[in-house]
Design a binder for this molecule. Structure first.
Ligand code: ZN
Length: 135
């Protein structure tokens, strides 16, 4: 017997070295999840060292989540959204249930603060999530 989907909402903070709960650890079947990946520094701007690249590669493989940064030995571009998408799909979340915000927080200084762009004095982003009102 299948339990009807519940109306729950949650927020999981991601981290480049891991740390978010796996979808199966949330108490909801991964196939019932709808995932929104919020604004983040994207592959156009996000360079990491080999230590971070190795940690990501151990989770998602290399590539497609990693690409060499041009002209910078030991530096790689990391596509955080792609790395998260790969992990979510492997855990059973439907590809069509994963939505990605298209903005790079470093590029879009008109919309977002960015530690990578502004340094220690950067402001902070805030997000809220919850179930929509009944129609
Ligand atoms: Zn960018």
């Amino acid at each position: 017997m299948r339990v009807p989907p519940r109306r729950l909402a949650g927020d999981c903070g991601g981290h480049r070295r891991g740390g978010s709960p796996a979808p199966g650890e949330l108490g909801v079947p991964p196939g019932d999840l709808l995932v929104a990946l919020g604004p983040a520094i994207l592959a156009c701007c996000y360079e990491v060292g080999e230590d971070v690249a190795a940690a990501v590669a151990s989770r998602v493989g290399s590539p497609p989540g990693l690409a060499p940064a041009s002209g910078k030995p030991g530096r790689l571009r990391l596509d955080l959204h792609l790395a998260n998408r790969i992990q979510l799909e492997r855990a059973g979340v439907a590809a069509g249930a994963i939505h990605e915000a298209p903005w790079c927080t470093r590029c879009r200084d008109d919309l977002f603060f960015s530690f990578r762009r502004e340094g220690e004095g950067a402001g902070r982003q805030m997000a809220a999530v919850g179930p929509a009102a009944d129609p």
